[in-house]
Design a protein around this ligand. Sequence first.
Ligand code: CP
Length: 302
Amino acid sequence: MARHLLGIEDLSPEQIVGYLDAAERWFEFNRSGDRKASVLRGKTIINLFYEASTRTRTSFEAAGKRLSADVINVSSSGSSVTKGETLRDTARNLQAMRPDVIVLRHQVSGAPHYLARHLHCSIVNAGDGLHEHPTQGLLDAFTIRRMKGKIAGLTVAVIGDVQHSRVARSDAHLLRKLGAHVRFCAPWTLMPKGAEALGVEVVTNLDAALEGADVVIMLRIQRERLVDAMLPSTREYSRTFGLSQRTLARAKKDAIVMHPGPMNRGVEIDDAVADGIQSAVLDQVEAGVAVRMAVLESVAAG
Ligand code: CP
């Protein structure tokens, strides 16, 4: 068992399947009447979030509490970070309180790796800059495996603001390792240079991306990270890259549609698709709690 979860890139297919299988057990547990297990009794988890979050922070908190850990939430906006305290000092002070696990979301790529080098407790990456969001990758894979029965051999189209998406990177690493064919689709201005090095097919046309896809993962336009030249207008973007019922018809009839959230409705995805019968968006959120229970159990033991 690994002591940290910093990214998908360094995991073996066996380690990934181990997390997914453990999450399967927690998923069924969460659907049962009694959602309290004692496996992390006596352990302390600190959720340290430097960026806004709804799904990730809440599901890590739910996961820790369902495993009977003591869970403490720290967000940068209400902490001494606003007085100029550095990440290193904040983390060292929190470590002095002897947590077993720190779950970190940070705007700088590599911040969780930095803490893993300097602290004694386990570190879980809850999203670092433009780098990775490993638990999102795991919950996406979990959702696909559960809804399609397999991952190997599927065609997965990842469409949208790939340039700024740590989800796209974690998904690509993970789905490739488990044998899926992954397509990235974005306007050139929102496609990272050298994306092919991830082993994905790169396209800049929505119809080409959707053709024959088993799974469609739409990405949020990250307005907060955009500069003007990257996107002339959201209206134009929606017209050429937005997913509607009409454009979704290019994918396989039984394709599922996913989105890590939060969604920009009417920009990258229409209401009819987001709330339609092919949508797996809320299935992803449910999976997120089970996956994070599996991750916390594993790193705390490691
Ligand atoms: N998918 C995801 O990371 O959502 P939050 O930013 O709300 O945590």
